[in-house]
Design a protein around this ligand. Structure first.
Ligand code: SAT
Ligand code: MN
Length: 626
């Protein structure tokens, strides 16, 4: 059972106790505001002087035609959609089969995150760490402020107050994004709790992350995404793409929040959150980190295969988790977002039926193709034929795929058939297991378990994965992506690993940590594991391990499934393949360990001793088997 109810101290949700909230936030001040809630609110202001002053300063610099304070109402959303439809920013799709769905085609140079143009601006470079591009705050401001001069002339400046996380959760944090893009406003409406209620909380707390965004002229030479963690501020110029422009998402909820989380004692992670309910009605909550475009959305919405009757999956989030210890020492998760910004290609009835059904209404599609009868089309849809590609040209396979590989859908989380109403629980859900994964053709087993928290932190820190189309760059190259946070940790990774390790000193109830890899391939490039719904078999093993129901085999990298430990009934998988998926290749792992050691060297004195000791211990254990 997964409803708005919870057990406070138990990692297993065994049923509904009471929909009470032990973490009640203090009541917010009631703010009387003339235009509060009006859809037409060009004159609306705030009673928070620091916010008003910032808005005035931005307006003076960017010189917009008008200022619109967003209420977050449905009427406001519809007006924006109508306006963008009229000016061609959006095209309505076939409203019979895709009611309330629209297509946006972006500038061809603006289709992914731009990591090389993304900076963390701290006083000392080593605070940002080798994992980030760095600029001093003074240089960062100077560089980007120059671009903002007069940038909103002739445009409307939108002020978007938003809350990341349930509006009354003490774990939530607020921000205000100023943007000149109505597309960003519409996406923020689907992805966050934005508008009047968020503004009321901001006015009460008097603390918020400041995010300033302009699409500028989309010139890649005049594009920067700057973060100022010490000032809790973000400035983004020259891109309209999700991860660069929806500032509540990667910029706030990961880069700035990871910095905030370190100082406040929690974790902001690139993780999905899902509930796995067994046939007895017990639900375990799992947080799983996978790099961008490695299937977090598919896993979070998994549909159990027929061979596992009675199991259910509940989705709380597909991208970001904020993890806190409660007063009993239990790790709890909230999803700061309230919508999905998912990869479209490959989504079909088989791979992700929930997503496939869900995106048939109320969705904004970005950079997919279209059929002749105006339905969205993408590679792997398995229905219809493309007539136009993602650049609006007549489809010609010579020009590449019809949908851009990083084309996306944006949709409110409540549209998901497997939506968990616990997504709104202020206290979040208790986490039974943390899972780290990557996209690796070799080396990493299908699943393995860390023997303890320290080994688990090393497991997460040593994740490597093939680059995907979610970031501009060399697709397919393996890179280290610790905790799937390489593009998103707002401070020095060495200090971040130390922060992770420190949780062990604060509680004895930490969840177990696991590694997964759905992407092992044979010499001919065929995937060894069927993936998708069948991944539930692996989750079941993980839960059985959490419940001490099954044994495991010791190895230098952690604990592996015993023969037959993962139920493969009904799968066409030979014992030999299963063994290949669940054994440690000592030579591969010696190389892997040595690469990881070199990688740690790059973080110098910031590498925690405990992490270095774990790495050396694994090397010694592997040596014994060599
Ligand atoms: O960065 S986005 O949020 O646009 C998508 C991703 O890469 O995870
Ligand atoms: Mn992501």
């Amino acid at each position: 059972m997964d409803r708005l109810c919870f057990t406070v101290s138990n990692a297993v949700n065994t049923g509904c106790i009471l929909a009470c909230n032990p973490y009640n936030c203090p009541p917010y001040k009631t703010v009387v505001r003339l235009a509060h809630g009006y859809p037409e609110n060009l004159s609306m202001t705030t009673q928070l002087p620091s916010l008003q002053q910032w808005v005035d300063e931005v307006a003076a610099r960017t010189q917009p035609n008008q200022i619109h304070w967003c209420t977050g109402s449905d009427i406001e959303y519809q007006k924006l959609i109508d306006m963008m439809t009229a000016d061609g920013t959006l095209s309505p799709l076939d409203q019979d089969e895709y009611p309330n769905c629209y297509l946006h085609l972006s500038d061809p140079s603006d289709v992914a995150r731009v990591e090389h143009l993304t900076f963390v601006c701290t006083k000392e470079q080593e605070d940002a760490g080798p994992n980030n591009n760095w600029m001093s705050p003074a240089d960062g401001h100077a560089k980007i402020d120059a671009l903002f001069e007069g940038a909103m002339k002739g445009r409307t400046m939108y002020v978007i107050p938003y809350c990341m996380g349930p509006i009354h959760s003490p774990y939530s944090r607020c921000g205000v994004e100023i943007t000149d893009s109505p597309y960003v406003v519409a996406n923020m409406k689907l992805m966050t709790r934005m508008g009047s209620e968020a503004l009321a909380r901001i006015e009460s707390e008097e603390k918020f992350v400041k995010g300033l965004h302009s699409t500028g002229d989309l010139d890649p030479e005049r594009r920067f995404i700057m973060h100022f963690p010490h000032e809790l501020s973000i400035k983004s110029f020259g891109s309209g793409y999700g991860g660069n422009a929806l500032l509540g998402k990667k910029c706030h909820a990961l880069r700035i929040a990871s910095y905030q989380a370190r100082t406040e004692g929690w974790l902001a992670e690139h993780m999905l959150i899902m509930g796995v309910e067994n046939p007895d009605g017990q639900t375990h909550y799992i947080a799983c980190a996978l790099p961008s475009a490695c299937g977090k959305t598919n896993l979070a919405m998994l549909i159990p295969p027929e061979s596992l009757p009675g199991w259910k999956i509940w989705t709380l989030g597909d991208d970001i988790a904020w993890l806190h210890l409660d007063e009993t020492g239990q790790l709890r998760a909230i999803n700061p977002e309230s919508g999905f910004f998912g990869v479209v290609p490959g989504t079909n009835e088989k791979t992700n039926k929930n997503a496939f059904d869900m995106i048939h209404r109320d969705a904004i599609f970005t950079n997919v193709g279209r059929t002749a009868d105006n339905k969205p089309w993408w590679e792997g849809k398995n229905v219809g034929e493309p007539a136009f590609d993602w650049q609006g040209q007549e489809y010609d396979p010579e020009n590449g795929p019809a949908a851009h590989p990083n084309s996306r859908f944006t949709i409110a989380a409540t549209n998901n058939p497997s939506y968990s109403s616990l997504s709104e629980a202020p206290e979040g859900v208790p986490i039974s297991a943390i899972v780290f994964g990557g996209r690796r053709a070799t080396v990493t087993p299908l699943v393995y378990e860390a023997k303890n928290w320290k080994q688990g932190v090393m497991l997460g820190a040593s994740i490597g994965s093939k680059l995907t189309a979610a970031a501009a760059g060399e697709v397919g190259k393996i890179r280290r992506d610790p905790m799937a946070m390489k593009p998103f940790c707002g401070y020095n990774f060495g200090d971040y690993w130390q922060h992770w390790l420190s949780f062990e000193d604060r509680t004895n109830k930490l969840p177990k940590i696991f590694g997964v890899n759905w992407f092992r391939q044979d010499d001919d490039g065929n995937f060894l594991w069927p993936g998708f719904g069948e991944n539930l078999r692996v989750l079941r093993w993980i839960i059985d391990r959490c419940e001490n129901r099954v044994g495991a085999v010791e190895s230098p990298i952690g604990l592996l499934p015993e023969d037959g430990g993962i139920d493969t009934t009904g799968l066409d998988l030979s014992a030999e393949v299963m063994r290949a998926l669940t054994t440690v290749d000592v030579e591969h792992w010696r190389t892997e360990n040595s690469h990881f050691s070199d990688y740690l060297d790059g973080y110098g004195k910031h590498v925690p001793n405990a992490l270095r000791e774990e790495q050396r211990h694994m090397a010694a254990e592997l040596e014994k088997l060599a």
